[in-house]
Ligand binder design. Structure first.
Ligand code: NAP
Length: 276
């Protein structure tokens, strides 16, 4: 089984790079896919998909920018059809918790006739260190639209561990794996823990969604990402996800990492120390 190629779509992303590294360390044949990989794969150019997936046995699929965007459903429908036509056997799809668009994409994978797993995750802790919140934290002031709810943030390392299990363990096939961290935190709680851990003063300020988006657009935020921020803060972050699951522990036999664990491992990387 180790010589059957596993493709990682989005192999340079937050989850993809961790999944790729673990599989390589364990001796699995892998093919990292993104727009600049040896076999280029671009969600925006379907002519790239076939050669990228030819000869692949299973695939970990991360969609960009997010399965919540309207285009995602059509792209996933076409992706599943192409995957079947090239003989791919098993898809592990990274999905977002409580997102209607993501759940439409999940159904396409579940009903594809292929073996499947859905890794349906809550908000990533690493959004604070490897994504859109980093710049504000480095500057000492994070400004976000008013969050209407708290969130059971999950460590991306836990997502990668569960994903690798789903790709390599046949006992987990055809299951929805809904992943959260072990505790429900506010954005304010998270910033306080990061400030204490990194011994810095960092403030958290909220802005009305319309003002936040128009200011961000004035600074060059693309339309589709503006749509996504609105969808996440207005529709998804409304309390529907204020609960935890025990899936990490059930699959891995150890508890999910706490936000404080994430802070302790991230502080020494220096990413929060100053603006770059
Ligand atoms: N952030 C969260 O809190 C959260 C929570 C739940 C679910 N999710 C899901 O996570 C997924 C994103 O996964 P991630 O965070 O691991 O990735 P990521 O860090 O956002 O990285 C994106 C990856 O996709 C590639 N990429 C960008 N544009 C592309 C395109 N047009 N065609 C093909 N590849 C492209 C990038 O590489 P190149 O730029 O080199 O092409 C990179 O490898 C989204 O679908 C989202 O729904 C996120």
């Amino acid at each position: 089984m180790k010589n059957e190629t596993i493709a990682i779509v989005g192999s340079t992303g937050k989850t993809g790079v961790r999944v790729l590294t673990q599989l390589q360390e364990r001796g699995y044949a892998t093919r990292g896919l993104s727009r600049n990989s040896e076999h280029p794969f671009d969600w925006g150019d379907r002519t790239t998909w076939k050669s990228a997936l030819r000869g692949v046995h299973s695939a970990y699929v991360t969609y960009y920018p997010d399965l919540a965007v309207p285009q995602a459903e059509n792209d996933m429908r076409a992706f599943v059809e192409l995957a079947k036509s090239v003989g791919l056997q098993h898809i592990v799809l990274l999905s977002g918790r409580g997102e209607e668009g993501a759940q439409r994409a999940e159904e396409l994978v579940k009903n594809s006739g292929l073996e499947w797993n859905i890794v349906r995750a809550s908000w990533f802790m690493q959004n604070f260190s490897e994504s859109f919140m980093l710049e504000g934290i480095q500057a000492g002031e994070l400004i976000l639209p008013e969050p209407k709810a708290n969130e059971p943030f999950i460590d991306v390392d836990d997502i990668a561990d569960v994903t690798v299990a789903a790709l390599t363990r046949t006992d987990l096939r055809n299951q929805l794996l809904e992943l959260t961290g072990p505790e429900i935190l506010s954005f304010d709680n998270c910033i306080q823990l990061i400030a204490e851990g990194s011994k810095r003063s960092i403030t958290f300020t909220t802005a009305p969604i319309a003002a936040y988006i128009s200011a961000a657009k004035a600074e060059g935020l693309p339309e589709d990402i503006a749509w996504l921020i609105n969808e996440l803060f207005v529709n998804v972050l409304d309390g529907r996800n204020e609960s935890t699951t025990d899936t990490v522990e059930r699959v891995l036999g150890r508890p999910a990492r706490r936000f404080l664990d994430y802070v302790k491992t991230t502080v020494p990387t220096g990413v929060w120390s100053t603006a770059n």
